[in-house]
Design a protein around this ligand. Sequence first.
Ligand SMILES: [Zn+2]
Length: 468
Amino acid sequence: MSVDGFLFDAGRKMRHEEWKGSFEDYLNMAIKNPTITQLSTERIYNMILSHGTKEREDGSIEYGFFKNRIFGSTKQIDQLMMYLKAASMGLDIKKRVVLLLGPPGGGKSMILGMIKKGLASYSRTQEGAVYAIDSCPINEDPMHLIPEGRRGELRSRYGIRIEGKLCPWCQFRFENEWNLNLNNVPVRRIYLSEENRIGIGTFAPAERNDMDELYGSADLSKLEQYGNAGDVRAYDFNGELHTANRGLMEFIEVLKAKPEFLHILLTLAEEQMFKTPRFPLQYVDELLIAHTNEGEFLRFIGNRENEAIIDRFHIIKMPYNMREEDEEQIYHSALKSKLKVDNMKIHPGGLRLASEFVIRTRQHENELRVGMGGISPRFILNTIALAFVSVNKPLITPKDFYTVLCQQIHHYPILTSEKRDEYMNYLRDIGTKIHEYEEINVQPLSKSRNSNHTATRSSMFDDLILGD
Ligand SMILES: [Zn+2]
């Protein structure tokens, strides 16, 4: 392939079809296919379903979207899907902020990252297409132009459900530029993208919490021209809440935020509106999804003033995985992707001992707290990476890996001395049977496991030992 051809081909993925049309074109499309007007929760729900589903033996559903990518979080995924389903049906649960509660590295960010990417790709497909009023700063659904009194008609005749109202910017243009004529309103197809700040917003409360980041700010360079901070033309509707319209808004470490911020968030969840200074309440359509860890959560609920706030969250607990098989799958999967190193392998016994070890660290006498602490998969992935660079051999044996793991735990700065002693004791236990892990590749058909299970394990070992 020529360099020219290579560049053209490489750029193909980034190009997308431009579509511009009139409001009439859009309405005709929506009449034929009402799903193009779907709201954000429904879009996210359908995006996940579009990757296929399968019923498991126990009657639960396996989602193709998460398969072989997320391990050991079946229950949490089910809970999230139930929420999305109920919310997309318009049930009251929609008025809650989804709060993923769990330890760092427990999969919260991973699931969110997948949904964001999935949503961006979905908006490039036919069934996931999204249209907006051209040049609207929040990419709003053109259906907002239909007056309240006429919406019922579209609902009953064509199944088009309309929610929300025009943003101040489009309202201004509709009156002044488009002469209150729907035919003058231009529409275009949009493609959701976190990088381009379309349909995906993120907010992390910082020490100096700047609310402008959430709901935009006056554009000082235009203030002089229009003379009034309440003029839409002198305001930048570019806060994260604007950006996230049509898709998803992620709040990182949400409970660390100032009360004034939480208040905005809860009004937003309840009414899907927020107040931009000097403008009327503004409608946005976005799935609100927040995350926090247990320590932060316990501190927050320890304050009685926060009781009412907690009630408005739909909490999905995301503890660490507690099944050895799933834990091994996490490492196995990473070794095939982000931890893949040419000509270097790790013996499967090393992964087995790591899985056994971390799951022991995650136990807790209080059933509710099992998996909410302990060693994260990320720690083990880092240890594998360190083993690759420090053990100068093409195959890292369980003994090699065990040595690196002991050093890492011994020097892990966030552990209290009691925790360190406890974990080192677990490791000593494991160390006494290191030969058993060494033998795994020789005897992958462990008698204690059922045949189905061993079949997948043994092919996994072949991959690791013999190379891909
Ligand atoms: Zn608008």
